[in-house]
Design a protein around this ligand. Structure first.
Ligand code: BG6
Length: 529
């Protein structure tokens, strides 16, 4: 089959493209400079920002790591990684070619402070170094500290930064902003999230803390707000009067890869639900904000999290994959069970799949279940939000009652085939009144050229301009853990002798189907490429 990418359609009635405002001068300090996240996502995103003119002229990039010895070594490794993405359609970083001038500029901004994150001496050296960098690169003393490290380092690094006097925004030399970016996982349950919040707030103001959830860097997740609030058409039907239920699927085809150790202690529920899947849910369920200010939007999302009913174990299903076969470009290939993966216990009880039934206790959503499922080694990679509308109240067609009319579905395809589709009934051509379900589909790639993008550009840029809209506030994180806490506890207390309970390449265990069947509903098939 040939790749028939259609030519881009002309957008209708679009005002001139808005330009992003130039970010403030700053030094970005990456802890974990030699790590995977830095190489695969952060630096490629910085490169893309530089390429599109969204990196400040006065920018410095400081790498902190024990394993990185010099700026030259670091730049060489980063460049080699970037090079490996060029033209590689299977890589997550979409880069067409490396522009040498842009790379030279980025590499010229790099410096390294080598050291052990637990050594307080490191932070004194970093402080001196940042003084030099501020002078040489004219960054005005603004610093973005990015914790691209394992979560056990979050509090210690923040505390060391605080003790070294690096988090204060005002000192004898003047004012400069200091921001801290924290990756997930933010805690591993409600109690630990509260402790981490307390530790951070003793060192920083909430406006200085940027809790990242990379799902919010996805265009299509951000687009849910545009779709709902820039169109008058959908909001009047976006409620319990017209919506029967909502299904959110985040299906992955990959297994745990080389992350067995992390995953054993984490599992699908912690890894995906209170963060990524709930972010998508909040976009779908939030009330319209009064404006597009960060707090206006975050307040409306926080309302959703606060109104999510705390789960009971009866509303949750867990699964773990056994051996099976996965479809790929060269046909199906066999893959091992989760328990046979590296660094995984042979009798592991860790779940690789979870399905949940959630309720939101407010007027808009009373009685409308939100079903979520996510898992590894499912049949395909696909993330979608599917909204099922209530049937027509009466069907005036011969031999057709309402119960037999196929439903109306509005589907927001988050990835990989980004777009929106609507399924509805039409008359099948012919002399009799015969009905058929059809689909009207918008695909991003038909309307917009693909932009080189790794998904972190917007998030990093927002940190540099001080826009917290797409970041989690402390109270939001705690509410999301509160919702899942009883399930975490119930599963920790009860082993799962029935694991593995789905074969790799299948969409979860039978019990996930029962969860919906109990309510007289069924999961949509996971979309295949
Ligand atoms: C990460 C999880 O946060 O998100 C991974 O730790 C998961 O287990 C990944 O695979 C999914 O993100 P994406 O952007 O590939 O859908």
């Amino acid at each position: 089959m040939t790749d028939q990418t259609p030519s881009t359609a002309t957008v209708l009635d679009a005002p001139p493209r808005r330009e992003g405002r130039p970010p403030d001068p700053c030094a970005m300090v990456i802890f974990g400079a030699g790590g995977d996240l830095t190489k695969r996502l952060l630096v490629p995103a910085l490169y893309n920002l530089a390429r599109t003119g969204l990196l400040a002229e006065n920018f410095a990039l400081v790498g902190v790591d024990l394993a990185v010895t010099s700026a030259e070594q670091w730049a060489d490794e980063l460049r080699a990684m970037l090079q490996s993405f060029v033209g590689n359609s299977s890589s997550e970083s979409r880069i067409d070619a490396i522009d040498d001038a842009v790379w030279r500029r980025l590499a010229g901004a790099m410096s390294v402070v080598q050291g052990d994150l637990n050594d307080s001496g490191l932070y004194d050296r970093l402080k001196d170094h940042l003084h030099t960098v501020a002078r040489e690169h004219d960054t005005g003393g603004n610093c973005l500290f990015y914790l691209a490290v394992a979560d056990r380092f979050f509090a210690p690094v923040a505390t060391h930064l605080g003790h070294a006097g690096l988090l204060g925004e005002q000192d004898s030399e003047g004012t400069a902003w200091r921001r801290l970016v924290i990756e997930k996982p933010f805690g591993h349950d409600l109690a630990s999230a509260r402790v981490l919040n307390r530790q951070l707030r003793s060192l920083l103001h909430e406006q200085q803390i940027y809790r990242i959830d990379h799902f919010l860097g996805k265009e299509t997740v951000q687009n849910i707000m545009a779709f709902r609030f820039a169109n008058g058409l959908f909001e009047p039907i976006w409620n319990r009067d017209r919506i029967d239920h909502v299904q959110i699927t985040v299906a992955e085809q990959l297994g745990v890869e080389h992350r067995g150790k992390f995953y054993e202690a984490t599992g699908a529920l912690r890894d995906m639900v209170p963060n990524h899947v709930f972010q998508v849910l909040a976009m779908v369920a939030m009330e319209p904000p009064g404006g597009f200010g960060a707090e206006q939007i975050r307040n409306r999302k926080a309302d959703v999290f606060a109104q999510l009913r705390t789960l009971t174990p009866e509303d949750a299903v867990r699964g773990q994959y056994g051996p099976g076969a996965i479809a790929g470009p060269g046909g199906r290939h066999d893959v091992p069970s989760y328990r046979a993966e590296d660094n995984v216990a042979r009798d592991s009880d860790t779940e690789t799949f979870v399905a949940l039934r959630l309720a939101i206790d407010n007027w808009r959503w009373a009685g409308v279940p939100f079903y979520l499922r996510t898992g590894k080694r499912m049949s395909a990679r696909a993330t979608e939000v599917a909204i099922r509308f209530k049937p027509a109240p009466f069907a005036p067609f011969a031999d057709t009652d309402v119960a037999h009319l196929p439903p109306n579905w509005l589907v927001l395809n988050i990835q990989p085939d980004e777009g929106i589709s609507l399924q509805f009934e039409v008359k099948r051509p012919g002399p009799v009144m015969d009905l058929a379900a059809v689909r009207m589909a918008f695909r991003y790639r038909d309307w917009f050229p693909r932009e080189p993008n790794v998904g972190y550009e917007t998030l990093i840029y927002d940190c540099m301009i001080g826009d917290q809209t797409l970041f989690q506030r402390g109270d939001m994180v705690e509410e999301t853990w509160r919702v899942v806490q009883p399930v975490l506890e119930a599963w920790a207390a009860a082993p799962a002798p029935y694991f593995p309970n789905y074969a790799a390449g299948h969409d979860g265990p039978e019990s996930a189907h029962h969860l919906l069947a109990e309510d007289g509903r069924a999961w949509r098939p996971v979309p295949k490429p």
